[in-house]
Design a protein around this ligand. Structure first.
Ligand code: BGC
Length: 351
């Protein structure tokens, strides 16, 4: 090979190397900045995909994110360590903002520590962190509900239904409402507040209560069915009300009651839940479940995406939205009481 040829080959190779290098650098730049027409990256973690209510929030988020942000959704599999690793990966991959449904509410601090180092905004949702932790970082917010409100509304609904039907539902006619209570995950702000405030409301209305049993079924239908099977064989006809912290567990209890013949007119035991998921709406329409409280997944998903899209673009989180914020930190979607008469409200929300 003569010298001229050698020079041409070396120059060509150098040209190729520079070209490859340029492509890599520019790709990296695009993904990090979401610039030149590319959508900004947002990393999201869901405490576990295997939770029916969360799946409705996820659907709403995905629909709303379309064409606005590149949303990377992760299943934290109910493991806080996995979730923290996912947060590290989101940051490494160039997320411009984070959306976190904590596994453990107490882990908000660890997530904020990571977000702070990367100077990233973080929107928590569904499981509310402690106010002091949220206030410790000016780029952290919460989108969700007011847990206490769901308990109060559920309690008021029970009071109204009981007063209308006690001639049938107070089986032993002792004037007391004898209930069993299915609790969600202990330590979850919704589970704690719902259990407390629903009962407070019933007592406030002057109704005497008797707690036959209370246990956690971890928001899960199979676990709720198992508990209910046990309570039916232990208490039989003494159970006069089933109060559940969510609809999925209420449906598990209904399954158990149905198999034991407790949904017939004569033996009927009323069941109430919270969320207004489509299967619960169906049961309320049929008359086998007496009421629920709408936990508006669709609005929560939309609020999360509106806020995080603004945050990822470096704008004020409320820019061009009509969501109301309190204490500069909280966007709370109101709950709505749902009984047979206004079932269309719940149907609209889950459309
Ligand atoms: C819902 C539950 C759900 C839980 C998950 C609550 O707000 O009512 O159905 O399992 O959130 O964190």
């Amino acid at each position: 090979m003569n010298n001229m040829k050698k020079i041409i080959i070396v120059l060509a190779m150098a040209f190729i190397i520079v070209a490859i290098f340029k492509v890599c650098v520019s790709r990296d730049t695009y993904s990090k900045t979401g610039y030149k027409g590319k959508l900004p990256k947002v990393g999201a973690a869901i405490y576990k995909y295997d939770d029916e209510f969360m799946s409705y929030i996820c659907n709403s988020m995905e629909n709303d994110a379309y064409g606005r942000i590149a949303l990377n959704m992760n299943d934290s599999q109910n493991d806080q360590n996995i979730q923290l690793q996912q947060v590290d990966e989101m940051i490494l991959k160039g997320s411009r903002a984070l959306v976190i449904n904590l596994v453990q509410p107490k882990a908000a601090k660890a997530v904020i520590n990571k977000a702070r180092v990367a100077n990233l905004p973080v929107i928590f949702f569904n499981k509310e962190p402690d106010a002091s932790v949220l206030n410790s970082y000016d780029k952290a917010w919460f989108v969700g509900t007011d847990s206490k409100e769901s308990g109060i509304l559920q309690g008021k609904m029970i009071v109204d239904l009981w007063n209308e039907n006690k001639s049938k539902w107070d089986k032993n006619q002792d004037g007391k409402l004898s209930y069993v209570l299915l609790k969600g995950e202990p330590g979850h702000p919704d589970a704690e507040a719902r259990s407390k405030y629903a009962l407070d409301e019933i007592k406030k209305a002057g109704i005497s209560v008797e707690e036959l049993a209370q246990a956690t079924a971890m928001w899960d239908d199979a676990k709720a069915k198992e508990k209910m099977d046990g309570w039916i064989s232990k208490f039989n006809d003494r159970i006069e009300f089933v109060i559940s912290n969510n609809d999925v567990m209420a449906l598990g209890a209904l399954d158990s009651l149905e198999k034991a013949g407790y949904l017939s007119e004569k033996k009927f035991i009323p069941v109430v839940g919270i969320d207004a998921i489509p299967n619960a709406i169906k049961k309320i329409k049929e008359g086998t479940m007496v009421g629920t409280i709408l936990n508006d997944a669709s609005s929560q998903g939309r609020a999360i995406i509106d806020l995080v899209t603004n945050a990822a673009n470096g704008k004020n989180i409320l820019n061009s939205t009509s969501w109301k914020i309190t204490n500069n930190k909280y966007v709370r979607i109101p709950y709505v009481t749902i009984i047979k008469d206004n079932i269309d409200v719940a149907e609209q929300a889950y459309k």
